[in-house]
Design a binder for this molecule. Structure first.
Ligand code: HH2
Length: 273
C-alpha cells in the first residue's frame, strides 16, 4: 500500500519546529512549492501553533495568515491542500480558497459548526486524538492503556462526525503523537498502531521533529530528521497511510524504499530495474 506524504506549511510565529520562518505569506508559498517539488501529496497549511503551552489565535488573525497561502498553492494545481484548523470560519474560507481536507487536532470538539461545514462541503476530515488542550496536555498525561483509550476516543469522534452528516469514507484518524503523551505513550502508539485499523479508517500520523525524538536522542529541534524518518517508517510499516512531515524530500526517499521492501507491487509501475 502506498502512503501519502503531507508537507507541513506553518504560517505562524511560534510553531515548535519552524516558528516565524514562514510567517510572511510569500515565504510560506515558496516553502509549499518547494515541498511540492520534493514529492508532497498534500500540503497542510496552519495558522495556529498547537505546541504545548501555545496561546489561542483569534479566527481573523488565523485567516489573515493562511488565506493567501492556501489560495496560491491551491491555484498551482499540485498537491491537495489541507487546512490545519479547529475553527469553522477558517476552514470555510480555506475551502473557498481551494483546500479539500480539514485537519482538526481537536477532532471536532472545539467548534460546534465544523462538522456540518465538512459535511456540506464534502471535504476530507482528519480526526486527531489529544488529551486536554495544548495549554495543559503535557501536564502529567495518564492512561490505563493509551492505545485502547485513543482507539475508543477516535471511534466516538467518527460516530459524532457521521451523525453530523460527514461521509465516513472521507474520514482519517490520527493518534496525535505528542498531544498529551509521555515518551512511553508515543512509543506504545508506534508499536501498536495497527490496532487503530479496527476503526476501519485510514491512519494519519504526525511525529515530525517532535519532543519525544529529542528526548530519546538528545537532538535539538532542527537535528531530528533521522529520528523522524525512523518513526515514520515504523508507522508506515504498522499501517499509517498519511505521514505529516516537515522534511518531505528525505522522507520521500525513505518511504520509497520502505514501500519497495514491504509492498513489492508498488515498484511495478516504475521504469528502473
Ligand atoms: N501535529 C501538529 C500539528 N497538526 N495534525 C495532525 N493531524 N497530526 C499531528 O500529529 C499534528 C497536526 C504539531 O506539529 P507542527 O505543526 O509542526 O507544530 P505547531 O503545532 O507548533 O505549529
Amino acid at each position: 500500500m502506498k502512503a501519502k506524504l503531507m508537507g507541513i506549511v506553518n504560517v505562524t510565529p511560534d510553531s515548535f519546529a519552524d516558528g516565524g520562518e514562514f510567517l510572511d505569506p510569500e515565504r510560506a508559498i515558496a516553502h509549499g512549492r518547494k515541498l511540492a517539488g520534493e514529492g508532497a501529496d498534500v500540503l497542510d497549511v496552519g495558522g495556529e501553533s498547537t505546541r504545548p503551552g501555545a496561546e489561542a489565535v483569534p479566527a481573523e488573525e488565523e485567516l489573515r495568515r493562511v488565506r493567501p497561502v492556501v489560495e496560491s498553492i491551491a491555484a498551482d494545481g499540485g498537491p491537495a491542500v489541507s487546512i490545519d484548523t479547529s475553527k469553522s470560519a477558517v476552514a470555510a474560507a480555506a475551502i473557498d480558497a481551494g483546500a479539500s481536507i480539514v485537519n482538526d487536532v481537536t477532532a471536532l470538539r472545539a467548534d460546534p459548526e465544523l462538522a456540518a461545514l465538512c459535511a456540506e462541503r464534502d471535504s476530507e476530515l482528519i480526526l486527531m486524538h489529544m488529551l486536554g488542550d495544548p495549554r495543559t496536555m503535557q501536564e502529567n498525561p495518564t492512561y490505563d492503556d493509551v492505545v485502547e483509550e485513543v482507539r475508543a476516543f477516535l471511534a466516538g469522534r467518527i460516530e459524532y462526525a457521521v451523525s453530523a452528516g460527514v461521509d465516513e469514507e472521507r474520514i482519517w484518524v490520527d493518534p496525535g503523537i505528542g498531544f498529551g503523551k509521555t515518551v512511553e505513550h508515543n512509543l506504545e502508539l508506534h508499536r501498536r498502531l495497527g490496532e487503530l485499523a479496527e476503526l476501519g479508517r485510514p491512519i494519519a500520523f504526525g511525529s515530525s521533529r517532535k519532543g519525544f525524538i529529542g528526548k530519546l536522542t538528545g537532538a535539538g529541534v532542527d537535528q531530528r530528521l533521522g529520528g523522524t524518518i525512523a518513526s515514520n517508517v515504523i508507522a508506515y510499516a504498522n499501517g499509517a497511510r498519511m505521514l505529516r512531515v516537515h522534511d518531505v524530500g528525505p522522507m520521500r526517499h525513505a518511504l520509497t524504499v520502505a514501500e519497495a521492501v514491504l509492498d513489492p507491487a508498488s515498484r511495478l509501475d516504475r521504469a528502473s530495474p
